[in-house]
Design a protein around this ligand. Structure first.
Ligand code: ADP
Length: 491
């Protein structure tokens, strides 16, 4: 190390130092060549199939079933039968045992699931390992705890299960969204037909193995893979009592129209365009970390991503300067490398959407900054991007990009910050950075967002309800609130 020491000064670190590759081994994952549909505890052959790939390399990973209307019907019948055959009348303490078992198995097999999640979805392994898996297990643990306490949670209201829950989930947090949906449904005594997103079915299919290991009765959870057609068949099936949907606002609206007047219960968790509001009295370096985490975490494929940075004018320049410098240190590349910060974009289609919106930002007059970074040739990639000089009317300030792209706007007063933050058709989340507790409360009361984080961002806990206002949807997932959509009451 001697040659690195500068006489009388700090150690000189060569500027071209790079990280050695630190890939997580894929050996822990045993993929099958093809997967059927998991219905009634059995693997059924689908009539149609498609291939799922790794977005980082475009290599095919497995052949997946495209469930037809008839397949969805089989799954709903299996779920209805399991509901009537004992699951719905099982004592809560017995249902809890299955949920605890599932949680523990997920913990034991966490590495296998994390590697598969990164392989199929493109997210960095450090995120699937440190966020997706622990939180998915935590959801099962948390709702296991509620299963025998529903009477206490809703006193004098005689809570009962709804019946069969049809659940449709997106590709950004495949296993975590599955946990958010399945854990409360089972805790309340419902049975489930779940459809994973078409680009990321593999962890949901591996989860079927966990269900068998936990000896969950056949038909209590059924997994049908396929694209939007499979989702639509599930929404339209008369044997489904409740639909829980997480995905785009357009599809959410279509589902709401389809279900109007049907009597089916519905929860929608849709898009977002969160404002991350930074006041000049905040801890600036901490705020920069929060901004980076808010928009570049999971490549920005996060419905509650802090995609609009509202910077107080008095700190705009140092903030943007620090942010740009921090961006230069982000490592973009192989999702399975333990040093990777930003992984692959989930699909060619999503990459196209990001490119189109970024182009609109340039054309409308915003200034773009991307740190120098070498993107792999194969696969779907997009460099972390910051837009400055953004007007509120620009598409990049209005529309959800769902990619690693931040739009920076400014404000002078707290009132102006509120006005700009709420100037959005969405209302899922927001962030406030300031050292004043009173200002945090003042802001939180006025922000039209389901979640307001203060001096942190993208922080989740199963006991904390999550959900939106306006075009971000309705209904809450997580916490006590997350039980209600899966219950009927005598009222
Ligand atoms: P994204 O833009 O995030 O891909 P989508 O809303 O298209 O969001 O997808 C979220 C989920 O909804 C996926 O599982 C997808 O297959 C499903 N889906 C897409 N179209 C429909 C539809 N018409 N009805 C029900 N589900 C759908």
């Amino acid at each position: 190390m001697a040659e690195l020491d500068r006489p009388g000064g700090s150690p000189a670190v060569p500027s071209d130092w790079t990280y050695a590759p630190a890939p997580e081994s894929r050996d822990v994952v045993h993929l099958r060549d093809r997967y059927g549909l998991f219905i009634g505890g059995e693997w059924l052959e689908p009539s149609e199939t498609y291939e799922t790939i790794s977005p980082a390399t475009e290599e095919p990973l497995a052949v997946i079933g495209q469930a037809s209307v008839a397949d969805v019907d089989r799954a709903v019948v299996a779920a209805r039968t399991a509901f009537a055959d004992g699951w719905s009348s099982l004592p809560g303490s017995e249902r809890a045992k299955y949920l605890f078992r599932i949680a523990r198995i997920l913990q034991e097999r966490a590495r296998e699931f994390a590697v598969l999640e990164s392989l199929n979805g493109g997210k960095p392994i450090k995120e699937s390992r440190d966020v997706d898996l622990p939180l998915a297990a935590a959801h099962f643990f948390y709702y296991a705890g509620w299963a025998d306490k529903l009477e206490y949670a809703f006193p004098n209201r005689r809570p009962r299960p709804v019946g069969v829950a049809g659940q449709i989930i997106p590709w950004n947090f495949p296993l975590l969204m599955l946990a958010w949906k399945i854990a409360p449904a089972l805790a309340c005594g419902n049975t489930v037909v779940l459809k994973p997103a078409e680009t990321t079915p593999l962890t949901a299919l591996l989860f079927c193995d966990v269900l068998r290991q936990a000896e969950l009765p056949a038909g209590v959870v059924n997994i049908v893979t396929g694209d939007g057609r499979t989702g639509a068949a599930l929404v339209e099936h008369d044997g489904v009592d409740k639909i829980a949907f997480t995905g785009s606002t357009d599809v959410g609206k279509a589902i709401q129209r389809r279900l109007a007047g049907s009597g089916k219960k519905l929860t929608l968790e849709l898009g977002g365009k969160a404002a991350n509001i930074v006041f000049d009295d905040c801890a600036l370096d901490q705020a920069v970390e929060g901004i980076v985490n808010g928009i570049y975490f999971n490549q920005g494929h996060v419905c509650c991503a802090g995609s609009r940075l509202l910077a107080q004018e008095s700190i705009y320049e140092p903030l943007v300067e620090k942010l740009k410098r921090r961006l230069e240190t982000l490592r973009v590349g192989d999702p399975l490398d333990k040093n990777t910060d930003v992984g692959a974009i989930n699909s060619a289609m999503q990459l196209e959407k990001i490119r189109e919106l970024v182009e609109s930002g340039r054309e409308e007059g915003a200034e773009i900054y991307q740190p120098p970074c070498r993107l792999p040739e194969k696969g779907y990639w997009f460099a972390p991007t910051v837009f400055t000089n953004v007007a509120q009317s620009y598409r990049i300030a209005q529309e959800e990009i769902f990619g690693p792209v931040l739009s920076v706007l400014t404000f002078r007063t707290p009132e102006e910050a509120i006005e700009k933050a709420n100037n959005s058709p969405y209302g899922l989340s927001a962030g406030v950075w300031t050292e004043k507790g009173s200002r945090i409360l003042w802001m939180a009361q006025r922000l039209r967002a389901g979640v307001v984080w203060a001096n942190t961002f993208n922080r989740f806990d199963p006991s904390s309800p999550f959900g939106g206002y306006k075009e971000s949807g309705f209904g809450r997932e997580g916490g006590l609130h997350g039980l209600e959509p899966y219950l009927r009451f005598d009222e």
